[in-house]
Design a protein around this ligand. Sequence first.
Ligand code: SF4
Length: 295
Amino acid sequence: MHYTGTIYRPPFEARSLLLQVTTGCSHNRCSFCTMYRDEQFRIEPMEQIEQDLEEAREYVPGVTRVFLENGDPFALSADRLEQIAVMIHEYLPKVETIAMYASIKNVIGKTDEELKRLRMLGINELNIGVESGLDEALTYMNKGYTAEQAVYELKRLRAAGIDYGANIILGSAGAALRHENAAATAALLNETNPYLIFTGTIHSDPGCPLYEDMQAGRFVESTFEEYLDEEEELLKLLDLTDCYFFGLHPSNIVVMQGNLPEDKEAMLEMIRRRREQLANRLDERPVRYGEGAVL
Ligand code: SF4
């Protein structure tokens, strides 16, 4: 298979065939993100994609799930995605789901009919960096959409039958707005019904505006206690009937996962226990390592 640039995938796509159809991210301006900073967004040629599919047919003919690379392949036009999906089914007839990273902005340009067509071709379970339901946080992160737009576009996706997993960044509104962030994010999620919620806490690496702001004290990160307050509040307010809460990213203060609503109480109990464990350090801010991992 042919890959260019840095290839990322969510942990739950470990068994999927990774098929590169774009390089970089079409937005590439989120204030916290360094993933594709040095890469120019590019569309991979169809010939290259076909060559990769020929190779995949030889080595993994029975694969059932494909994850399209890279940062937001859903930025491609509906026609282009349709061509790619048709080609995938031609070479790999057992494929049931074609997933990928996507952004709210990628949905804006697609009609309801196009979304339905893409769903019929197996495009589903988009992994979307929603990050927050609070406009102040979305503006600060430079996401390029408002909470109202996010709700509108996510509802259109859901109406077309496309499931989505929401990436949520705890602490993304800063310490002062943590309560507002929890409430607004829960409201957005409750209204748009993701099948999965992937949480992490805000952190940054050198080379992005958030890093500069944190160093200069312009963005005040939450303390352990404030992070725990926000996550507890978010979890309490979530009212979802069939959603997987995936909080295993190393940047989380509480590393946990479970089904909602069944495991909600057990997860709240884990937050309470973590609060006890950190009793002497609740007013500290996390010290971080690679990928924002918390000690
Ligand atoms: S967070 Fe996602 S949308 Fe934003 S710049 Fe990074 S890859 Fe692109």
